[in-house]
Design a protein around this ligand. Structure first.
Ligand code: HEC
Ligand SMILES: [Cu+2]
Length: 454
């Protein structure tokens, strides 16, 4: 056996030796043909992507928070600048790549003599080439900078001609949610305020004043405009316009602490009439369910929350691609009270809301509560999401939020309180214990109450 394999080895050695040079050249040409093959494939794919206007879902170019699909002039301008830069750099890449490929192929050492040949006479500097390269670079920069500068001016503020028509809103960042204040005033209350869902008129420029109460946040609605920072002690602003009514995803785009990644919001653009109706409704105090309507409390719906895992997805199928209802239609449905609401539970929930000191952080205008540390809940039932756009606003997710806010959103101020204030948590013997403990029944009643606040 041993002998045989030795012989084989020797035979093998001989074969390798005789075909050594041949193999080496074969391997080289194989590698270069493979490289060329992959290069062509990559170029083809890239070209296809660009030619289809990046409509392919390969990179999820059409996601909720894509910047490749725009819905208003500001985002469109930003995308155009991206494309100009992209095309210019692509041309440079192709030119440099072509020169490199040409030189590599044309001047490669083809045989022993080539490899050992004296290098050609070296020269330094060619004024013609250098000047044309400088000229070409300047040209490339001019091609990029003209639209860039135009875009900077355009996106900075609403164009002069449109200034008359501008609608002005103030967005304030909080760890980790957004408050929106409207120009509309409510008697005895102040300006109309809402949270986490910014409703705007479509087809009209909206200037958003950007403020923050704590750290730096950044306001970004990828399909409409952004990102502009919300900086402590400094006024900032941006403008945007949704050309058509629609439902858009937004996101804080500046790291602002533990729950930064889930500090989201929505923008809902409505046509003139719908927007006016919405404003009228939002200006009203919270909806009150008549005491006379109170029925028996035995028809309490069962709300499941015990089974929720940490980090469980907060949305139902309704929200995903297979949705049979568009997000904007879903939003419209949310504006109306649910048909099977239990008036008894709602009344019970309202009492618990007051007793459990939710009122120190939350406002329910016309009911109990003037707290401003948390999002206003006056019309919370009409919003499609809660907890900074992290969870869908339905019974299950509301219950989950009330029972275990800590498991849903790391560090959130509802659970831990704000800057040491007595909030949801209080310190005891160096340990944090929930200040507010809610039983299953409490949660069920609170959910009904919150959902009735349309
Ligand atoms: C210490 C202040 C504080 C207390 C007390 C408090 N909350 Fe909150 N609440 C907050 C904050 C802050 C948020 C926003 C959390 C986030 O999204 O990061 C919030 C969010 C919410 C939301 C989601 C609203 C939205 O639009 O996203 C609901 C609903 C809610 N709280 C209900 C309650 C109820 C019911 C109670 C009483 C059992 C309560 N809260 C007690 C501070 C508080
Ligand atoms: Cu933030």
């Amino acid at each position: 056996m041993v002998l045989r394999s030795r012989t084989l080895l020797r035979v093998g050695d001989q074969i390798v030796a005789t075909t050594n040079t041949k193999l080496a050249t074969m391997r080289l040409s194989l590698i270069s043909s493979k490289l060329a093959h992959w290069g062509v494939t990559a170029l083809g794919l890239g070209g296809m992507l660009l030619m289809t206007g990046c409509k392919l879902n390969f990179w999820q170019m059409d996601g909720h928070q894509t910047t490749m699909v725009t819905a208003g002039p500001v985002a469109k301008t930003q995308l155009d600048v991206f494309y100009v830069t992209c095309w210019v750099t692509l041309v440079i890449f192709l030119l440099v790549g072509a020169v490199l490929a040409y030189a590599t192929i044309k001047f490669k050492a083809r045989n022993e003599a080539d490899a050992n040949a004296e290098p050609p006479a070296q020269s330094h500097g060619n004024p013609l080439i250098e000047i044309s390269l400088i000229g070409a670079s300047i040209l490339a920069l001019v091609i990029i900078s003209v639209p860039t500068l135009k875009a900077i001016w355009f996106t900075y503020d609403v164009p002069e001609a449109e200034k008359e028509n501008v609608y002005e809103i103030t967005a304030t960042g909080y760890q980790w949610w957004f408050k929106f204040s409207y120009p509309e005033q409510i008697d005895g209350v102040g300006s109309l305020t809402t949270a986490n869902e910014l409703v705007i008129p479509a087809g009209r420029p909206v200037r958003v004043q950007l403020r923050t109460t704590d750290v730096i946040h950044s306001f970004w609605v990828p399909k409409l405009a952004g990102k502009v920072d919300m900086i402590p002690n400094r006024g900032n602003h941006l403008w945007m316009q949704a050309d058509e009514p629609g439902y858009f995803w937004g996101q804080c785009a500046e790291f602002c602490g533990e729950s930064h990644a889930v500090m989201r919001f929505r923008v809902i653009a409505l046509n003139e009439q719908d927007f006016a109706d919405w404003v009228t409704n939002q200006k009203l105090p919270a909806r009150t369910v008549e005491a006379a309507q109170i029925a028996s409390s035995s028809d309490a719906p069962v709300v499941e929350f015990a089974s929720y895992k940490r980090n469980a997805y907060g949305f139902t199928d309704k929200w995903d691609a297979k949705a049979d209802i568009s997000p904007i239609d879903n939003w419209k449905q949310m504006q109306f009270p649910e048909k099977d609401e239990s008036t008894a539970l709602i009344a019970e929930g309202r009492k618990i809301f007051q007793a459990k000191t939710c009122v120190i952080c939350h406002t329910v205008s016309g009911h109990e509560g003037v707290g401003t540390n948390g999002p206003t809940l006056t019309h919370v039932g009409s919003r499609t999401t809660i907890a900074g756009g992290l969870l869908e606003n339905n019974s299950e997710q509301l219950a989950r939020w009330l029972k275990h806010p800590d498991q849903v959103k790391p560090g959130n101020k509802m659970y831990f309180g704000i800057n040491g204030m007595a909030g949801y948590m209080k310190p005891e013997d160096g340990q944090w214990v929930p200040n507010i403990e809610l039983s299953h029944d409490d949660v069920t009643a609170l959910v009904s109450y919150l959902q009735s606040l349309k």
